[in-house]
Design a protein around this ligand. Sequence first.
Ligand code: PLP
Length: 408
Amino acid sequence: SFSADVVPQAPEDPLFGLMAAYRRDTDPNKVDLGIGAYRDNNAKPWVLPVVKKADEILRNDPNLNHEYLPIAGLADFTSASQKLVLGADSPAIKEKRVTSLQTISGTGAVHLGALFLSKFYRPNQQRTVYFSDPTWPNHFQIFSNVQLPYLTYPYFDKETRGLDFDGFINTLNNAAEGSIIVLHACAHNPTGVDPTQEQWKEIAKVIKERKLFPFFDTAYQGFASGDLARDGWAIRYFVEQGFELVIAQSYAKNFGLYGERAGCFHFVTSPTSDADSVTARVASQLAILQRSEISNPPAYGARIASTVLNNPELFAEWEANLREMSGRIIAMRKALRSKLEELGTPGTWNHITDQIGMFSFTGLTEKQVLKLREDSHIYMTKNGRISMAGLNTHNIDYFAKAVDKAVR
Ligand code: PLP
């Protein structure tokens, strides 16, 4: 017989625990560099102006109701999502090789992909999933929950605070045939380190040679560089190379729709497949999985994104909003690096401006991180990752001086 007595205590989620500690802190100078959510220059959440406009349009629509969406979600949203991630003129879209389902943001898309692969990918054969070391910690939990075993590939070079490209390639070269390789499409979380386009080409070559399966996680398209095509380059290159692959897409960061849970999962079948038949079969199985997991996805966030993505004027305005967010973050990177260099803070700080996207892997040790929390009320994860969006013109001096003190 079962008694709830047997249930052990689980550890608190480190990131959400950090947020709670920050909220409890009453110091007026406290700085939150933990959670990966955009903040404006006054450390406030930012509702994108284009999202406000879309909201207005939706609220004034007399036909809007609260009916269920279809199992695969809002069709206007999923088709616009395909174009966004693959490019409007993608051959994969033209050849009808893409199956897409709206999901519970990026997390739900990673989960649906993992669940699908656990059921249909090389059943009864070895199928190891490879994550970058380090990666977004939820990857481990999501794939473990569907009983897929995982390993990691080297990614971050502690010496250079850049990419350990040789380690990465070497591990891919030695991975068992058919292994699933989870790749961050851009703005790698937590390191902010991305391969160059030349390095991506090399990665694609080895993945093809070794018959590995690419699983792209894209949570920062447009948010990283301010340029949707540039941030989408790696995925589009892989599709061009004829890979069969999957993509988990999040709209949390690039639309600021965090809590609305708008995302999309895409399965791209290979150009040599009988596209119509394979795509339809994949779609039918994904629909069954979706039905049993969430029945159908939430409507509001997808309606907002769809309104913007399908209207050229609003789309252009969204791109301007993206440039504003990414531009502010890039400006903070430059300011932080130059302040640390001015202070003569021991170490090198070029990695702050070399890295891209929401996060910087500072190289601060766990001890220094805890000292910053205790002495200066600055909150970041223990691995020394900072959310760049938490920095602004009001707190950057304070932060740089505190880092300088903690490092000495
Ligand atoms: N994947 C990566 C690499 C992320 O950094 C995130 C968010 O932090 C996600 C996926 C999914 O986030 P969400 O479920 O909020 O879209």
